[in-house]
Write a protein that binds this ligand. Structure first.
Ligand code: ADP
Ligand code: ADP
Ligand code: MG
Length: 495
């Protein structure tokens, strides 16, 4: 059973099918006709739209498994994937969770207990309070000694939620109360702690994979510094800034983090990296990550297959020294949100949906043309992943693939992707988590698309010219030309 929806449910089921495993989908009412439901061998309706009444009903999912002879659950990401209580209930029901043990989740699911668990393993950490804030005066003292700005963080936080920057001592009390209230309503836990706010860090994380026989390897890094609201939009592997020595040191540190919680399965150890390439442990995500495809592209491994094999008790079939980085991969999260309007969700009906194709392009998605994007869930509708020999070629391939991708009915992050791939700071590799704040303005998207239209118009004129002269374009033109002609096809794309 895949206890999830959308692109990740499909992605997991595809691998299961390759392995000869029968798949079971679960779905909420609005997801009735979703691709993941149609793909699965069996599917069960689990409730209405709100996730608390459907995808988060752990007990009911377990009951369904027992009733229908389903022996394992893959939780995907989000929803129940990092819920130690659910993991324990699955174990107790005699079922297999494709993921780490409940004990590892307990330790790593909470940012504070994670820091405590790794404190004896020589892992550099961002300076901050070791426990939740309980006394206002004392907390303010700690913040003052760390030096403003500081970051207030929900211990149970995730998905970029539950963080507040405090710029001065005078705001501390008010911000702390807001942070605690937010944490309580979002995560049911008001524990908040203080971390030094690193001004311009890069977010670099290490993918690890462990088996149930104490083997843990790292599958190199992913750089995820292009973020809005502390959440990733563009990810790549490898990072443009790591040296082989630091890659190895971070990889080995990540393996120590995994060993600190007797980890098995796929996991991600997240770090912040400063200008001098000092790295600091942030948290560990005890699940498959959204951006795992870029790691698959550069290692040639199928992470879901490895997860399932580990869950079956198999030992990893390779060692650290067998792993190599092949080429470069970039992922763009295609979210139903408007980069022209603060990246706010902009959902609607998927009126037209044409995927890019060709060499080195992978699309992981969970919708088809004509479907409505429900407001109840994450606005990410697809992931566009490219792979090429070099970073430069990967960026160019991404620009090409974005231009081929035709999504209509609502705004998406596609044009933002082109902006990033063309931006000098990204191209040169000199960027950090402030990229959007520092460089992005909605007007730049418009000027960029005007420029593109101009280029397209020019190309069309040249093309028509060639056709008239019977040049090399003539053959292609006669077989593919739309009745409206190349130029107006470009115009149509704009409208
Ligand atoms: P990743 O760390 O894999 O890059 P994100 O931080 O973008 O993932 O989160 C992936 C998905 O999981 C999103 O739908 C996000 O809202 C959800 N998510 C992650 N952590 C939590 C959490 N602790 N509570 C609720 N939702 C979460
Ligand atoms: P989440 O559980 O929501 O993923 P993380 O601790 O992984 O939370 O942080 C998410 C993002 O927030 C990071 O990638 C980074 O951009 C920013 N961030 C987190 N901690 C700090 C910090 N101490 N200083 C500066 N930025 C931070
Ligand atoms: Mg994180």
């Amino acid at each position: 059973m895949v206890a999830n929806r959308g692109e990740i449910a499909l992605r997991v089921m595809r691998t299961a099918r390759e392995m000869g495993i029968r798949t079971v989908a679960v779905y909420s009412e609005p997801d009735r006709n979703s691709p993941h439901v149609l793909f699965a061998d069996e599917a069960y309706l689990i409730g209405p739209a709100p996730s608390s009444q459907s995808y988060l009903r752990g007990d009911y999912l377990i009951e369904l498994c027992l009733r229908h002879g389903i022996d394992a659950i893959h939780p995907g990401y989000g929803f129940l994937s990092e819920n130690a209580g659910f993991a324990r209930a699955v174990e107790q029901a005699g079922l297999i969770l494709v993921g780490p043990s409940a004990i590892s989740m307990d330790l790593m699911g909470n940012k504070l207990s994670a820091k405590k668990a790794v404190s004896d393993f020589n892992i550099p950490m961002v300076p901050g309070t070791p426990g939740a804030i309980s006394d206002m005066a004392e907390a303010r003292k700690v913040a003052e000694s760390i030096g403003f700005p500081v970051l207030l963080k929900a211990a149970a936080g995730g998905g970029g939620k539950g963080m507040r920057v405090v710029n001065a001592s005078s705001e501390f009390e008010e911000q702390l109360q807001l942070a605690q209230n937010e944490a309580r309503s979002a995560f049911g836990d008001d524990a908040v702690f203080i971390e030094k706010y690193i001004g311009s860090p890069r977010h670099i994380e290490i993918q690890i994979m462990g088996d149930q026989h104490d083997n843990v390897v790292y599958l190199f890094e992913r750089e995820c510094s292009i973020q809005r609201r502390h959440q990733k939009l563009v990810e790549e592997a490898p990072s443009s800034c790591l040296t082989p020595e630091i890659r190895k040191a971070m990889g080995e540190a990540a393996v120590r983090v995994a060993k600190a919680c007797h980890y098995y399965g796929a996991g991600t150890v997240e770090f912040l990296v400063d200008e001098d390439l000092n790295y600091y442990f942030l948290e560990m995500n005890t699940r498959l990550q959204v951006e795992h495809p870029v790691t698959e592209m550069i290692t040639g491994l199928d992470l879901v297959r490895l997860q399932i094999e580990v869950a079956e008790g198999k030992a990893l079939s390779f060692k650290q020294e067998d792993l190599k980085i092949h080429g470069h991969s970039i992922e763009l999260r295609i979210c139903a949100e408007d980069p022209r309007n603060n990246f706010l969700p902009d959902i609607g009906k998927l009126e037209r949906y044409i995927r890019p194709q060709g060499t080195g392009v992978r699309v992981d998605d969970g919708y088809e043309q004509g479907m409505d994007i429900p407001i109840h869930y994450d606005p990410m509708i697809a992931k566009l992943v490219v792979h090429a020999e070099t970073r430069e070629l990967a960026m160019d391939r991404m620009i090409r693939a974005i231009a081929e991708y035709d999504i209509r009915g609502f705004a998406t992050t596609l044009p933002f992707g082109t902006f990033v791939m063309q931006h000098e700071a990204f191209r040169s590799g000199h960027f950090d988590t402030k990229f959007i704040e520092r460089y992005f303005k909605p007007e730049l998207l418009d000027s960029q698309s005007d420029e593109l239209v101009e280029i397209a118009a020019l190309a069309a004129v040249l093309f028509q010219d060639q056709v008239k002269k019977g040049g090399p374009a003539a053959a292609t033109a006669s077989s593919t030309a739309a009745p409206t002609g190349g130029m107006s096809a470009w115009r149509m794309r704009r409208s």
